[in-house]
Every structure is written in structure tokens, then in C-alpha cells.
Design a protein around this ligand. Structure first.
Ligand code: NAI
Length: 483
């Protein structure tokens, strides 16, 4: 069985060497093909941070085990970590956070055990990085939440929870504010939940989730979230169990999976051989289990847990009165403890049943569509226009262009209605959203909208437009605050 390995930047090569050394000592039956990804690949001029050969190898082998990678700053390039997850559609990011005996935290000291799995959507949301300056003062980020994308990750979360024997799965969201985007994610959550009647499915607003996680983390089991909220909540969970040095992650897709630690390249400790390899090791253990190498995974994990229980530590955690080991010595301590059983949380010894990852040869890009389109009618348009004038002046100019096809319904500034009603205390920026709807809800054509844009452009720079669609009798857009 062969996998692709990218050592990464910063502490990456140091912790990767430690982890692969542990695998070798345990006779893990894997071959490694090293691939070129990361900072020096960017520096060589490959704008996505990986060579074409690396991409080819990963697409052939189906598994990438990677160290952390640096994104060069100020060059306008995108993170290779995010590019890899998105390019290969690893739609679910699974991060397991468990109490590790020997790693003291406020919760371990209080006797509160933690075992939380965060499943984070990994492709969509603001991570599309689709951003524009609309005026010199106004930046826009587009946040895509899709039905098929949400269903993929939520189905994975339920399936994983069901295999793990989980009794509760919680959806974290902000659907009270982002009614359409987070509302869609939440709708998909309860749609999938119907197929898993044995698992209690509930939801919680993400700010309340954060508060409850830091007061009673033992209440939570599997938590599924959209990308950005999942990113933040999973780092919060890393803090609960002792920090980034203990946070593994698996990026799961249908064809390709990527295993990596949550932490970054730690430039402040690079080259000193003092980094904690535990997070990468835990990620590697998730990979071994994914590949059916159960016995290897159990022996190594039991040795790791035993080593932590015995008080062995690297400099970033543990009892400061005990000497810290360097990365290499910590890895050797784990190897010396092969065959030992930890007092707490021993992992069951299951036989190896190696699975060779199947990578499909794809002829074309898969189109993931979840539903037949409902009947759709265009009933209006939001025009985002640049103007430093007062709302009434903007309205007067817009009203000139409505003719007998459109009515001007509302004008908002930063989402707050300022016309026809509003407050003099609302601060304005130099960009308004002007909502035009068809008179009597008569269906409009794209040509009607383009003609309206042409007329309005005589008075304003139009920065952006969004169609207002009806699906049957349901509005496919939100109302302005105060509308
Ligand atoms: P970071 O995770 O590298 O470091 C934050 C702090 O945690 C530092 O004090 C560091 O010394 C410590 N730390 C991290 N991992 C550790 C370990 N294994 N053992 C001991 N201490 C550890 O985050 P930062 O500084 O924000 O990012 C540095 C670089 O890493 C950036 O270029 C960033 O883009 C990249 N990065 C890459 C990721 C990936 O490859 N998946 C994820 C996060 C950041």
C-alpha cells in the first residue's frame, strides 16, 4: 500500500520524521512517495503551491499525509492547505478532541472528561475566497452554502456518528441571523437526521455552543458546522484538551483523503527539534485506521497514551517540574512503550484488515445536484450602487428609472433600511443596495433587468447585482433589516 507524503514547512519535516520513525519501528506496512508541496514550491513559481507531479501522484494514490505548510505572505497566493482540500473535494474535516491523561487541563483537573468530534464543512462558505472591493471603502466576501455540499458533509457526520455508536449529534449554526445560508445548512441537517432515528439530533446557535463548550464540554459528542464556524469551534476544542499540539485532523472526500495536524508550521520553534509530534501522530493513526491497519494503530496509540500518562512531555505541555524531551526523544519514548497498556482509554486491539484506497479514474468533473429545480420566477433585482449622497437623493435618482415595469421597494446601507423609512442615526458608507421589484409581481426577464441596469448606470456606478427569485411562492432572498 502506497501513500503520498508531503513533509511540509517549518516544524513539518521534524515531526514527520518522528511520526514515520514510529510507524517504521512498528513495521507499519506502508510505502511512501514523497511529493513537493509548500513554501519552496510557491517560491519556485508554482502558484498553487504544488508541482504538477505532486498533484498527479496524489490523484493516483488517493491518500496524502502532510505536514503543515506556509502560505507566503504578500504575494496574493492562496493557501496550499485550503487549495488541496478544495481541489480534491475533501468535503468533511473531522477533528477528534479527547482528554489525554498526562496532559493537564482545567477540565482534566476537575475530573470532566472530554470526547468531542467536530465535523467541519471543508469546501464552501467564505473559504471560497471570492472577495472584491466594491468601493474604496466597502469590501465584499461571497459566502456560498450549497445544498449538495451541506448534504455531503452532514451525511458523513451522521454515518461516522452511527458507526462510532454516538447517541447525540449537534448542528452549530447562526441561522437566526443568516437565515438563508445557515438556514439551508440547518434544513439539510434535519433532512439527513430523519434517516438516523437512533441518534438524537439537535441544534444550537454557535455563540451559545462556544459558551457551553467552555463550561460543560462533556455535554457534547459529535458537532457539525459550516466551514468558518467549524474552524473557530475546533480551535476552541483544541484548547479544551491541551492545545494545538493535540489536535489531529482528517479531510475526507469520496476519492482522496488528506491527514494532517491542525496546527501550523510553528516558525518560532522551527529547526530546534522541540516540537510536539502528537497531533501529527494522532492524524497518522486516523489514517492507519482509515486504511484498515487497526492493530498498528492500537499498539502505537496505546504506547502514546501510556507515554503521556507516565509524564513524558515535550516543552509545550505537561508538568513543568519534569524535564522536557525533544521531538526525537519523545518519539523514542513512544517506541519504547510499544506493547504497554495505558491505565485510561486503552484502545482495543483489532486485527489489521488493510484496505487499498480506490481512486476512480474520472472522465469528467462530478456534478453534485441534490434536487430538481422548482419553478423559478425573477421578480426583481438588488442593485448595489456607489454613492456618497443621502438616501433620499439616491431614491430620487432611482425612481427616475423604474418606468412602468419596476417599483423601488427599499434602499439599505450595510443591510439596514434607510429608505423609505430609516433613522437619521444610521451611519452610512458610500454604497447602497437599491431593491427594485416588478410591479404586481409580474415575472421579469433578464433583459428587463439589463435594461434597468443600463438606465441606472447613467446616475451611478453599479458595483454588483443580485437577482430576486421566487421559487413557487417562496422568496429566495432575504429582507433588509427593518424592511
Ligand atoms: P501555528 O500553529 O504554527 O503556531 C501557533 C503557536 O503554537 C506557536 O507558538 C507554535 O510554536 C505553537 N505550536 C504549533 N504547533 C506546535 C507543535 N506541534 N508543538 C509545539 N508547539 C506548537 O500557527 P501560526 O503561527 O498562526 O501559523 C504559522 C504558519 O503556519 C502560517 O504560515 C500559517 O499559514 C501556517 N498554517 C498552516 C496550517 C496547515 O498546514 N494546515 C494550519 C495553520 C497555519
Amino acid at each position: 500500500m502506497k501513500i503520498a507524503v508531503a513533509k511540509g514547512d517549518g516544524i513539518g519535516p521534524e515531526i514527520m520524521e518522528a511520526v514515520l520513525g514510529i510507524f517504521k519501528a512498528n513495521h507499519v506496512n506502508l510505502e511512501y512517495e514523497y511529493v513537493d508541496m509548500g513554501k519552496w514550491v510557491f517560491d519556485k513559481g508554482f502558484s498553487n503551491g504544488m508541482t504538477p507531479e505532486a498533484q498527479q501522484t496524489i490523484e493516483t494514490l488517493g491518500i496524502l499525509f502532510k505536514g503543515p505548510m506556509e502560505t507566503p505572505k504578500g504575494k496574493g497566493v492562496k493557501s496550499v492547505n485550503v487549495t488541496a482540500r478544495k481541489t480534491w473535494n475533501t468535503y468533511a474535516n473531522k477533528r477528534v478532541f479527547q482528554t489525554l491523561h498526562g496532559v493537564d487541563t482545567v477540565f482534566s483537573k476537575a475530573g470532566i472528561p472530554i470526547d468531542i468530534t467536530v465535523v467541519r464543512e471543508n469546501i464552501e462558505d467564505t473559504y471560497g475566497g471570492i472577495e472584491h472591493m466594491l468601493t474604496h471603502d466597502v469590501a465584499l466576501s461571497r459566502r456560498f452554502i450549497t445544498r449538495p455540499g451541506s448534504l455531503q458533509v452532514i451525511k458523513y457526520a451522521f454515518e461516522m456518528a452511527s458507526k462510532k455508536g454516538t447517541r447525540r449529534i449537534t448542528c452549530g449554526h447562526k441561522a437566526n441571523i443568516m437565515k438563508i445560508t445557515d438556514g439551508l445548512f440547518l434544513e439539510c441537517f434535519y433532512e439527513v437526521a430523519k434517516d438516523y432515528p437512533d441518534i438524537k439530533a439537535d441544534d444550537i446557535i454557535v455563540d451559545d455552543l462556544c459558551m457551553k463548550m467552555v463550561t460543560r464540554p462533556d455535554q457534547f459528542d459529535v458537532v457539525v458546522l459550516t466551514n468558518l464556524q467549524g474552524d473557530i469551534v475546533s480551535d476552541l476544542c483544541a484548547g479544551l484538551v491541551g492545545g494545538l499540539g493535540f489536535a489531529p485532523s482528517a479531510n475526507i472526500g469520496d476519492h482522496i483523503c488528506i491527514f494532517e495536524a491542525v496546527h501550523g508550521t510553528a516558525p518560532d520553534i522551527t529547526g530546534k527539534n522541540i516540537a510536539n509530534p502528537t497531533a501529527l501522530l494522532l492524524s497518522g493513526l486516523a489514517m492507519l485506521r482509515h486504511l484498515g491497519l487497526m492493530e498498528n494503530a492500537a499498539i502505537i496509540e496505546n504506547a502514546l497514551l501510556y507515554t503521556l500518562e507516565q509524564g513524558y512531555r515535550t516543552g509545550d505541555f505537561g508538568d513543568k517540574s519534569k524535564p522536557a524531551l525533544n521531538t526525537t526523544a519523545f518519539a523514542h519514548a513512544i517506541i519504547n512503550n510499544f506493547g504497554k497498556t495505558p491505565e485510561h482509554g486503552a484502545k482495543p486491539m483489532l486485527e489489521n484488515k488493510p484496505i487499498t484506497p480506490t481512486v476512480f479514474k474520472l472522465e469528467k468533473n462530478p456534478l453534485i445536484m441534490s434536487k430538481e429545480m422548482e419553478e423559478e420566477t425573477i421578480v426583481g433585482v438588488d442593485l448595489f450602487v456607489e454613492s456618497a449622497e443621502q438616501p433620499t437623493e439616491v431614491a430620487d435618482k432611482c425612481l427616475k428609472h423604474t418606468l412602468d415595469l419596476f417599483k423601488l421597494v427599499t434602499i439599505s446601507n450595510r443591510g439596514t433600511q434607510v429608505w423609505p423609512k430609516g433613522s437619521i442615526f444610521t451611519n452610512l458608507v458610500n454604497q447602497y443596495r437599491c431593491r427594485f421589484e416588478s410591479i404586481n409581481d409580474a415575472p421579469l426577464t433578464q433583459r428587463d433587468i439589463i435594461e434597468l441596469c443600463t438606465r441606472v448606470s447613467a446616475d451611478f456606478k453599479i458595483c454588483s447585482t443580485e437577482l430576486l427569485n421566487m421559487w413557487g411562492d417562496k422568496k429566495a432572498y432575504s429582507l433588509a433589516q427593518g424592511q
